[in-house]
Design a protein. Structure first.
Length: 346
Protein backbone atom coordinates (compact mmCIF):
# COMPACT_ATOMS: atom_id res chain seq x y z
CA UNK A 1 0.00 0.00 0.00
CA UNK A 2 1.43 3.38 -0.97
CA UNK A 3 -0.56 6.38 0.22
CA UNK A 4 -0.27 10.14 0.24
CA UNK A 5 -1.80 12.21 3.03
CA UNK A 6 -1.67 15.50 1.13
CA UNK A 7 -5.15 16.99 1.12
CA UNK A 8 -6.57 14.00 3.00
CA UNK A 9 -8.40 13.78 6.32
CA UNK A 10 -6.67 11.92 9.19
CA UNK A 11 -7.97 11.03 12.66
CA UNK A 12 -5.62 10.57 15.62
CA UNK A 13 -7.22 9.10 18.71
CA UNK A 14 -5.47 10.17 21.89
CA UNK A 15 -4.07 12.92 19.72
CA UNK A 16 -3.03 15.31 22.50
CA UNK A 17 -0.34 12.91 23.70
CA UNK A 18 3.34 12.87 22.76
CA UNK A 19 2.82 10.66 19.71
CA UNK A 20 -0.28 12.53 18.56
CA UNK A 21 1.39 15.92 18.63
CA UNK A 22 4.48 14.68 16.80
CA UNK A 23 2.39 12.94 14.16
CA UNK A 24 0.21 16.03 13.76
CA UNK A 25 3.30 18.15 13.05
CA UNK A 26 4.46 15.70 10.39
CA UNK A 27 1.06 15.56 8.74
CA UNK A 28 0.79 19.34 8.65
CA UNK A 29 4.28 19.54 7.19
CA UNK A 30 3.28 17.07 4.48
CA UNK A 31 0.20 19.06 3.44
CA UNK A 32 -2.61 17.12 5.10
CA UNK A 33 -6.09 18.48 4.50
CA UNK A 34 -7.36 17.98 8.04
CA UNK A 35 -6.16 16.36 11.26
CA UNK A 36 -8.89 15.36 13.69
CA UNK A 37 -7.75 15.01 17.28
CA UNK A 38 -10.05 12.86 19.42
CA UNK A 39 -9.35 12.86 23.16
CA UNK A 40 -11.04 13.24 26.53
CA UNK A 41 -9.12 16.17 27.99
CA UNK A 42 -10.38 19.55 26.81
CA UNK A 43 -7.61 21.37 28.69
CA UNK A 44 -4.94 19.51 26.74
CA UNK A 45 -6.84 20.17 23.53
CA UNK A 46 -6.94 23.88 24.32
CA UNK A 47 -3.20 23.91 24.99
CA UNK A 48 -2.57 22.06 21.73
CA UNK A 49 -4.86 24.44 19.84
CA UNK A 50 -2.90 27.44 21.07
CA UNK A 51 0.47 25.76 20.45
CA UNK A 52 -0.31 24.72 16.86
CA UNK A 53 -2.46 27.64 15.73
CA UNK A 54 -3.44 25.82 12.53
CA UNK A 55 -7.07 25.64 11.41
CA UNK A 56 -6.41 22.33 9.67
CA UNK A 57 -6.37 20.72 13.13
CA UNK A 58 -9.89 20.05 14.40
CA UNK A 59 -10.59 18.94 17.96
CA UNK A 60 -13.19 16.39 19.05
CA UNK A 61 -13.87 15.93 22.76
CA UNK A 62 -14.88 12.36 23.41
CA UNK A 63 -13.84 8.90 24.51
CA UNK A 64 -13.08 5.84 22.37
CA UNK A 65 -15.23 3.86 24.80
CA UNK A 66 -18.29 5.58 23.34
CA UNK A 67 -19.37 4.13 19.99
CA UNK A 68 -21.33 7.17 18.90
CA UNK A 69 -18.38 9.47 19.54
CA UNK A 70 -16.04 7.27 17.50
CA UNK A 71 -18.65 6.87 14.76
CA UNK A 72 -18.90 10.64 14.35
CA UNK A 73 -15.15 11.19 14.52
CA UNK A 74 -14.44 8.66 11.74
CA UNK A 75 -16.99 9.98 9.24
CA UNK A 76 -15.39 11.06 5.96
CA UNK A 77 -11.94 10.20 7.36
CA UNK A 78 -9.34 8.64 5.08
CA UNK A 79 -6.87 7.29 7.65
CA UNK A 80 -6.76 6.61 11.41
CA UNK A 81 -3.87 6.42 13.86
CA UNK A 82 -5.19 4.83 17.05
CA UNK A 83 -3.06 5.98 19.99
CA UNK A 84 -5.70 6.40 22.72
CA UNK A 85 -4.96 4.06 25.62
CA UNK A 86 -4.48 3.62 29.33
CA UNK A 87 -0.70 3.18 29.53
CA UNK A 88 0.30 3.28 33.19
CA UNK A 89 1.06 -0.19 34.55
CA UNK A 90 0.24 0.49 38.25
CA UNK A 91 -3.09 2.25 37.59
CA UNK A 92 -4.22 -0.57 35.29
CA UNK A 93 -3.34 -3.06 38.04
CA UNK A 94 -5.69 -1.28 40.44
CA UNK A 95 -8.40 -0.73 37.81
CA UNK A 96 -8.10 -3.55 35.23
CA UNK A 97 -11.66 -3.16 33.95
CA UNK A 98 -10.83 0.40 32.95
CA UNK A 99 -7.96 -0.97 30.86
CA UNK A 100 -10.39 -3.43 29.28
CA UNK A 101 -12.91 -0.69 28.47
CA UNK A 102 -10.36 1.63 26.87
CA UNK A 103 -7.64 -0.58 25.40
CA UNK A 104 -9.80 -3.48 24.18
CA UNK A 105 -13.40 -2.34 23.78
CA UNK A 106 -12.38 1.19 22.80
CA UNK A 107 -10.03 -0.18 20.16
CA UNK A 108 -12.80 -2.40 18.82
CA UNK A 109 -15.01 0.68 18.54
CA UNK A 110 -12.33 2.46 16.51
CA UNK A 111 -11.71 -0.47 14.16
CA UNK A 112 -15.41 -1.18 13.61
CA UNK A 113 -16.37 2.46 13.09
CA UNK A 114 -13.49 2.92 10.65
CA UNK A 115 -14.64 -0.09 8.64
CA UNK A 116 -18.26 1.11 8.58
CA UNK A 117 -17.19 4.55 7.41
CA UNK A 118 -14.87 3.29 4.67
CA UNK A 119 -11.58 4.44 6.20
CA UNK A 120 -8.64 3.33 4.05
CA UNK A 121 -6.15 2.40 6.76
CA UNK A 122 -6.09 2.06 10.56
CA UNK A 123 -2.75 1.75 12.38
CA UNK A 124 -3.10 0.59 15.99
CA UNK A 125 -0.29 1.43 18.42
CA UNK A 126 0.86 -1.34 20.75
CA UNK A 127 3.68 -1.90 23.23
CA UNK A 128 6.36 -4.37 24.27
CA UNK A 129 4.28 -5.06 27.37
CA UNK A 130 1.76 -6.88 25.14
CA UNK A 131 4.30 -9.70 24.67
CA UNK A 132 4.24 -12.38 27.40
CA UNK A 133 2.12 -9.95 29.42
CA UNK A 134 2.31 -10.07 33.20
CA UNK A 135 0.18 -7.03 33.98
CA UNK A 136 -3.29 -5.76 33.13
CA UNK A 137 -2.00 -3.05 30.83
CA UNK A 138 0.02 -5.53 28.77
CA UNK A 139 -2.81 -8.05 28.70
CA UNK A 140 -5.25 -5.44 27.45
CA UNK A 141 -2.80 -4.32 24.77
CA UNK A 142 -2.23 -7.93 23.69
CA UNK A 143 -5.99 -8.35 23.23
CA UNK A 144 -6.10 -5.03 21.38
CA UNK A 145 -3.67 -6.54 18.86
CA UNK A 146 -5.92 -9.62 18.60
CA UNK A 147 -8.93 -7.37 17.92
CA UNK A 148 -7.08 -5.73 15.03
CA UNK A 149 -5.89 -9.05 13.63
CA UNK A 150 -9.30 -10.69 14.00
CA UNK A 151 -10.86 -7.90 11.93
CA UNK A 152 -8.34 -8.56 9.17
CA UNK A 153 -8.87 -12.31 9.40
CA UNK A 154 -12.67 -12.07 9.32
CA UNK A 155 -12.82 -9.44 6.57
CA UNK A 156 -10.32 -10.62 3.97
CA UNK A 157 -11.93 -8.53 1.22
CA UNK A 158 -12.67 -5.49 3.37
CA UNK A 159 -11.74 -2.04 2.16
CA UNK A 160 -10.12 -1.02 5.47
CA UNK A 161 -6.56 -2.18 6.14
CA UNK A 162 -6.03 -2.65 9.88
CA UNK A 163 -2.46 -3.17 11.12
CA UNK A 164 -0.47 -2.86 14.35
CA UNK A 165 2.86 -1.41 15.37
CA UNK A 166 4.70 -2.51 18.49
CA UNK A 167 7.58 -0.67 20.09
CA UNK A 168 9.30 -0.24 23.43
CA UNK A 169 9.69 2.70 25.76
CA UNK A 170 9.59 6.06 24.02
CA UNK A 171 12.07 8.36 25.70
CA UNK A 172 10.54 11.44 27.33
CA UNK A 173 6.99 10.44 26.43
CA UNK A 174 4.30 11.45 28.89
CA UNK A 175 4.43 9.29 32.02
CA UNK A 176 7.87 7.84 31.24
CA UNK A 177 10.72 7.79 33.75
CA UNK A 178 13.00 10.38 32.09
CA UNK A 179 10.82 13.44 32.86
CA UNK A 180 10.64 12.20 36.46
CA UNK A 181 14.43 11.87 36.65
CA UNK A 182 14.87 15.36 35.18
CA UNK A 183 12.44 16.80 37.74
CA UNK A 184 14.32 15.08 40.56
CA UNK A 185 17.68 16.32 39.25
CA UNK A 186 16.39 19.90 39.07
CA UNK A 187 15.06 19.63 42.63
CA UNK A 188 18.36 18.21 43.93
CA UNK A 189 16.73 14.95 45.05
CA UNK A 190 17.99 11.37 44.60
CA UNK A 191 16.71 9.56 41.51
CA UNK A 192 14.13 6.93 42.45
CA UNK A 193 14.75 3.66 40.61
CA UNK A 194 12.82 0.43 40.93
CA UNK A 195 15.86 -1.80 40.42
CA UNK A 196 19.15 -0.63 38.90
CA UNK A 197 19.64 -3.84 36.90
CA UNK A 198 16.32 -3.73 35.06
CA UNK A 199 16.67 -3.31 31.30
CA UNK A 200 14.37 -1.29 29.05
CA UNK A 201 14.24 -0.61 25.33
CA UNK A 202 15.27 2.97 24.55
CA UNK A 203 14.02 4.78 21.48
CA UNK A 204 13.13 8.29 20.45
CA UNK A 205 9.64 9.51 19.68
CA UNK A 206 10.79 10.23 16.12
CA UNK A 207 11.73 6.55 15.71
CA UNK A 208 8.27 5.45 16.88
CA UNK A 209 6.58 7.83 14.45
CA UNK A 210 8.79 6.54 11.63
CA UNK A 211 7.57 3.00 12.35
CA UNK A 212 3.93 4.09 12.32
CA UNK A 213 4.44 5.89 9.02
CA UNK A 214 6.05 2.80 7.53
CA UNK A 215 3.12 0.63 8.59
CA UNK A 216 0.73 3.24 7.21
CA UNK A 217 2.39 3.14 3.81
CA UNK A 218 3.21 -0.58 3.51
CA UNK A 219 0.93 -2.69 5.73
CA UNK A 220 -1.15 -5.59 4.57
CA UNK A 221 -4.26 -6.47 6.64
CA UNK A 222 -3.31 -7.85 10.03
CA UNK A 223 0.40 -7.08 9.84
CA UNK A 224 2.34 -6.34 13.02
CA UNK A 225 5.41 -4.14 12.58
CA UNK A 226 7.96 -4.32 15.40
CA UNK A 227 10.62 -1.68 15.84
CA UNK A 228 14.01 -3.04 16.78
CA UNK A 229 15.55 -0.98 19.53
CA UNK A 230 18.63 -0.93 21.67
CA UNK A 231 18.30 -1.15 25.44
CA UNK A 232 20.01 -0.13 28.63
CA UNK A 233 19.75 -0.60 32.36
CA UNK A 234 17.82 1.80 34.56
CA UNK A 235 21.04 2.52 36.46
CA UNK A 236 22.89 3.50 33.28
CA UNK A 237 20.00 5.69 32.16
CA UNK A 238 20.06 7.50 35.49
CA UNK A 239 23.84 7.88 35.34
CA UNK A 240 23.68 9.23 31.78
CA UNK A 241 21.18 11.92 32.79
CA UNK A 242 23.24 12.94 35.82
CA UNK A 243 26.34 13.29 33.67
CA UNK A 244 24.47 15.42 31.13
CA UNK A 245 23.28 17.74 33.89
CA UNK A 246 26.67 17.60 35.60
CA UNK A 247 25.36 16.51 38.98
CA UNK A 248 26.41 13.63 41.27
CA UNK A 249 24.34 10.51 40.63
CA UNK A 250 22.48 9.55 43.79
CA UNK A 251 19.99 6.70 43.51
CA UNK A 252 17.17 5.70 45.83
CA UNK A 253 16.09 2.12 45.16
CA UNK A 254 12.35 1.89 45.79
CA UNK A 255 11.73 -1.69 44.64
CA UNK A 256 9.76 -3.20 41.80
CA UNK A 257 6.31 -1.72 41.27
CA UNK A 258 3.13 -3.71 40.66
CA UNK A 259 3.64 -6.34 37.91
CA UNK A 260 6.80 -4.93 36.37
CA UNK A 261 9.11 -7.13 34.31
CA UNK A 262 12.85 -7.42 34.80
CA UNK A 263 13.33 -7.38 31.01
CA UNK A 264 10.85 -6.46 28.27
CA UNK A 265 10.11 -8.48 25.11
CA UNK A 266 9.29 -7.02 21.70
CA UNK A 267 8.88 -10.23 19.70
CA UNK A 268 8.44 -13.88 20.63
CA UNK A 269 10.48 -16.60 19.01
CA UNK A 270 7.26 -17.91 17.47
CA UNK A 271 6.69 -14.53 15.81
CA UNK A 272 10.32 -14.35 14.72
CA UNK A 273 9.93 -17.70 12.95
CA UNK A 274 7.33 -16.09 10.66
CA UNK A 275 8.75 -12.58 10.54
CA UNK A 276 10.43 -10.75 7.71
CA UNK A 277 13.55 -8.88 8.81
CA UNK A 278 13.82 -5.39 7.30
CA UNK A 279 16.86 -4.21 9.22
CA UNK A 280 15.33 -1.63 11.55
CA UNK A 281 12.12 -3.57 12.12
CA UNK A 282 10.34 -6.91 11.77
CA UNK A 283 7.14 -7.47 9.84
CA UNK A 284 5.01 -10.28 11.27
CA UNK A 285 2.30 -11.19 8.74
CA UNK A 286 -1.18 -12.23 9.74
CA UNK A 287 -1.77 -15.90 10.47
CA UNK A 288 -4.71 -16.18 8.08
CA UNK A 289 -5.48 -19.88 8.61
CA UNK A 290 -9.12 -20.76 9.16
CA UNK A 291 -10.64 -23.00 11.83
CA UNK A 292 -10.08 -26.19 9.83
CA UNK A 293 -7.49 -27.51 12.27
CA UNK A 294 -7.57 -31.05 10.88
CA UNK A 295 -5.43 -29.92 7.97
CA UNK A 296 -2.65 -28.79 10.29
CA UNK A 297 -2.97 -31.83 12.56
CA UNK A 298 -2.44 -34.17 9.62
CA UNK A 299 0.20 -32.18 7.76
CA UNK A 300 1.73 -29.93 10.38
CA UNK A 301 4.18 -27.14 9.75
CA UNK A 302 7.89 -27.71 9.47
CA UNK A 303 10.63 -25.36 10.49
CA UNK A 304 12.91 -24.68 13.43
CA UNK A 305 12.02 -21.93 15.85
CA UNK A 306 14.58 -19.30 16.77
CA UNK A 307 16.11 -20.05 20.14
CA UNK A 308 15.23 -16.77 21.84
CA UNK A 309 12.65 -14.03 21.98
CA UNK A 310 13.80 -10.51 21.05
CA UNK A 311 14.21 -8.87 24.45
CA UNK A 312 15.76 -5.87 26.17
CA UNK A 313 18.36 -8.30 27.57
CA UNK A 314 19.62 -9.73 24.25
CA UNK A 315 19.32 -6.72 21.96
CA UNK A 316 22.14 -4.19 21.55
CA UNK A 317 23.07 -2.90 25.00
CA UNK A 318 23.86 0.79 25.36
CA UNK A 319 26.38 1.97 27.90
CA UNK A 320 26.33 5.34 29.63
CA UNK A 321 28.12 7.24 26.80
CA UNK A 322 25.75 5.82 24.16
CA UNK A 323 22.69 6.65 26.26
CA UNK A 324 24.00 10.19 26.73
CA UNK A 325 24.33 10.54 22.97
CA UNK A 326 20.77 9.31 22.46
CA UNK A 327 19.45 11.64 25.16
CA UNK A 328 21.07 14.61 23.43
CA UNK A 329 18.87 13.96 20.38
CA UNK A 330 15.71 14.61 22.42
CA UNK A 331 14.35 18.16 22.03
CA UNK A 332 13.08 18.16 25.61
CA UNK A 333 16.51 17.29 27.00
CA UNK A 334 18.20 19.94 24.89
CA UNK A 335 15.67 22.51 26.10
CA UNK A 336 16.23 21.57 29.76
CA UNK A 337 20.00 21.73 29.34
CA UNK A 338 19.76 25.12 27.63
CA UNK A 339 17.73 26.48 30.56
CA UNK A 340 20.34 25.20 32.99
CA UNK A 341 23.43 26.20 31.00
CA UNK A 342 23.53 26.96 27.24
CA UNK A 343 26.94 25.29 27.05
CA UNK A 344 25.51 21.94 28.25
CA UNK A 345 23.00 21.89 25.38
CA UNK A 346 25.75 21.87 22.75
Amino acid sequence: MSVNTAGRRVLITGGTGSFGQTMTRRLLRDGVGEVRVLSRDEAKQDAMRRAFGDDRVRYHVGDVRDRDTVERATREVDFVFHAAALKQVPSCEFFPLEAVRTNILGSANVVEAAARNGVGSVVVLSTDKAVHPVNAMGMSKALMEKVAQAHARNNPRGATIVSCVRYGNVMYSRGSVIPLFVEQIKAGRPLTVTDPGMTRFLMSLADSVDLVEHAFHHAQPGDVFIRKAAAGTIADLAEALCRLFEVPCKLEVIGVRHSEKWHETLATREELAQAQDFGDFFRVPLDARDLNYALYVSEGELGELPREDFTSANTQQLGVPEIMELLRTLPEIRAELALRDPVLAC
